[in-house]
Design a protein around this ligand. Structure first.
Ligand SMILES: *Cc1c(COP(=O)(O)O)cnc(C)c1O
Length: 353
């Protein structure tokens, strides 16, 4: 078939599975185990369906204004998209157009190389050190742009802002994106640095800390000029990316800061408790500042544990990839879910050893 010569061929990103079993414990895609803010539920119940007749606001004004107020920036500094995946893909298309390779860590969010391939952007990965930290000197080579999550995924480790600033200092002439999907679980945001660096884009999402993965809401904040360029590309692609319910429900979630802090605080408390328990069972892990723990066991292979958990309908994430094949990424769920996980692990490991 001749037409196949001209197909844009890509190896797609593989998301964590979304099983749907009645009593499953789903700890494989870093979703929030608690519901979205109560006001969001009210809006969902009272949704005015007549509003769906009309195209949504192309600028997603309700959400952009709420985010601008919350993060104390101008609305012109906020760009929203259909999940941060959409925001980052759009940003790759907009900002990574040089012939030099873009840089990101070897162990990181596995969508970056997929977008680079899709948009035909050359890229190079920089190996994390043996403790899973970014080596800032790796990012001092010539490049066409930089992206990394902070905290990183799937390691859960956070880099100090001084590391990010060191990378920014060495890269004033390319766009640097910090993917802060997990920053709300005790991380420190690079957002204040946008004042100093007009090439810094900070990306965040409602999918993890705001319990709204199903609505697909992501955003980024940066210099007005960066946001203008992003909007130019977006409006050349699809003017109506974000639907109306997402715009109003997203804005409502931002307004309820007390609920947001309560939920993220609860997850952090559970995480710290689970770290202690996992240690007692012979696991070790980088010191997570996220809603997941990247754990390896002292004697039992990760893949065996992964399969045993799966048989119990407890889903965690495992990759057959270099450096990380003996690790499991375990999302922090409710206390009850984590207790079930720990109880099973305790029994399983006792029988294995
Ligand atoms: C989950 C995640 C995203 C994407 O989340 P969306 O649901 O598309 O907002 C982006 N980056 C990292 C590192 C993630 O873990």
């Amino acid at each position: 078939m001749k037409w196949e010569d001209n197909v844009r061929k890509v190896v797609p990103y593989v998301a964590g599975e979304q099983p749907n079993k009645p009593n499953m414990i789903k700890l494989n895609t870093n979703e929030c185990p608690y519901p979205p803010a109560p006001g969001v539920e009210k809006l969902a119940a009272g949704l005015n369906c007549d509003a769906l007749r009309l195209y949504p606001d192309t600028n997603a004004t309700p959400l952009v204004e709420e985010l601008a107020a919350y993060y104390k920036v101008k609305p012109e500094q906020v760009f929203v998209g259909v999940g941060s995946d959409d925001v980052i893909s759009m940003a790759f298309m907009t900002f990574f157009n040089s012939d030099m390779p873009i840089l990101f860590p070897d162990v990181t969010y596995s969508f970056y190389d997929v977008w680079a391939e899709l948009h035909k952007i050359p890229y190079k990965t920089c190996a994390l050190d043996e403790n899973w930290h970014i080596r800032p000197e790796d990012y001092k080579q010539e490049n066409g742009g930089i992206i990394f999550p902070n905290p990183n995924a799937p390691t859960g480790l956070m880099e100090d802002l001084s590391v990010i600033e060191e990378i920014l200092e060495a890269n004033r002439d390319v766009v640097v994106m910090v993917d802060e999907a997990y920053v709300d679980f005790g991380g420190v945001s690079a957002l204040p640095l946008i004042e100093k660096y007009d090439n810094l884009l900070v990306v965040q999402t409602f999918s993890k800390s705001r319990a709204m993965a199903g609505l697909r809401i992501g955003f980024c904040i940066g210099n007005e000029k960066l946001i203008q360029y992003l909007n130019d590309v977006k409006f050349s692609f699809n003017s109506y990316t974000m639907n109306y319910p997402s715009q109003v429900m997203g804005a409502e979630a931002v307004r309820d800061d007390a609920y947001f802090k309560k939920v993220t605080g609860k997850i952090v408390n559970t995480r710290e408790r689970v770290k202690d328990e996992l240690k007692k069972l012979g696991f070790s892990f980088p010191d997570s500042k996220t809603n997941f723990i990247f754990a390896t066991h002292e004697s039992v292979p990760a893949e065996d544990i992964f399969k045993a958990l799966r048989e119990q309908d407890i889903y965690v994430r495992h990759w057959n990839k270099p450096r990380i094949s003996n690790y499991l990424r375990i999302t922090v769920g409710t206390d009850a879910q984590m207790d079930s996980l720990l109880a099973f692990l305790k029994q399983y490991l006792a029988e294995r050893v």
